[in-house]
Design a protein around this ligand. Structure first.
Ligand code: SAM
Length: 299
């Protein structure tokens, strides 16, 4: 690796494969080879990755996991400050994504030192990209809570969530989770993405009811991401509903301006169309109708 592509004195967040070893990028490989220290969740696990790529770990493979992240972060800051190239990896995928990483990055940033990345695999993006669901806006929920109350709160929030929802789930719980979704959000489409990039890769697509039925009838194994369709755009209220809301305001003596403002706020309808409708209604009432306010702007 050239000096330019891996300057010393920085922390590099390096993504590693989520299954297929071929997904380790040449740049990630060079960083692992050239680092002064590589911090990883589980040194034994990462030694397997190093061995598969012919990297000799020597003394540079150090542990950084959820139980020592703060102490190890202090150590990382000291190393970076004295000019070392420190690499952070996790067991699989991108560090910091439902994995340790955020704390050490915050420490390095707070010390005014540089953090950079060799980006690559992460199950959340892989699953989203093959789901067949909308990818333009999405929300990553990490692992769902295990307590019934936490799960119920998530499902309630998702009833109004317009973005596609992605979460990690265990094979033991996924059938029950889809069952809960079938009851809470019937009709929503979803994709259950299993063992991405591995031999038994599988993507099940359907409504949450269909997926719950499929999964409850089999022994589910491997690593899983669930991608759930968002709530979609709410249907615009019919004109009759908007007219009724305006009429109700008029009957209480509201001006056109006030009635429109009120109805726009309540129903979330377009101001311009609501204003035009209000004026038409007023005109239809004839010249005898009290001219409470026809002068408001249409912006
Ligand atoms: N940092 C990782 C990443 O960037 O994706 C995620 C780590 S999290 C502890 C592990 C979870 O990611 C698994 O339980 C599973 O939900 C998901 N996952 C990891 N690899 C996967 C794969 N190959 N296929 C499907 N899901 C995977």
């Amino acid at each position: 690796m050239s000096h330019e592509s891996a300057p010393r004195g920085q922390l590099m967040i390096v993504a590693t494969p989520i299954g297929n070893l071929g997904d380790l990028s040449p740049r990630a490989l060079a960083l692992l080879e050239g680092a002064d220290a590589v911090y990883c969740e589980d040194t034994r696990h990462s030694r397997t990755l190093f061995a598969a790529h012919g990297i000799s770990p020597r003394h540079r493979l150090l542990a950084l996991h959820e139980h020592n992240e703060t102490a190890a972060s202090v150590e990382v800051v000291e190393r970076v400050a004295r000019g070392e190239l420190v690499v952070l990896i996790s067991d699989a995928g991108t560090p910091g994504i439902s994995d340790p990483g955020a704390t050490v990055v915050a420490h390095v940033v707070r010390a005014g030192l540089t953090v950079s990345t060799a980006p690559g695999p992460t199950a959340v993006i892989g699953a989203l990209s093959v789901s067949g669901l909308a990818t333009d806006r999405f929300v990553m929920e990490g692992f769902l809570g295990r307590k019934a109350g936490e799960r119920a709160a998530s499902f309630a929030a998702w009833r109004r969530e317009r973005r596609t929802i992605v979460f990690y789930e265990s094979p033991q719980r996924v059938a029950a989770t889809l069952g809960e979704l079938a009851r809470s959000l019937p009709g929503r489409r979803a994709a259950v993405v299993r063992e991405l990039t591995k031999l038994h890769e599988e993507v099940l697509r359907g409504t949450v009811q269909e997926l719950a039925a499929q999964l409850s009838a089999r022994d589910v194994r491997g690593e899983i991401v669930v991608v759930l369709e968002g709530a979609g755009e709410p249907e615009a209220p019919a004109q009759a509903v908007v007219a009724a809301a305006l009429r109700e305001r008029f009957s209480h003596g509201a001006s056109v301006r006030d009635a429109v403002a009120d109805v726009v706020a309540e129903l979330g309808v377009a101001r311009r169309e609501t204003y035009a409708l209000a004026l038409t209604m007023r005109a239809d009432e004839g010249p005898g109708a009290p001219a409470r306010d026809g002068s408001a702007g249409t912006s």
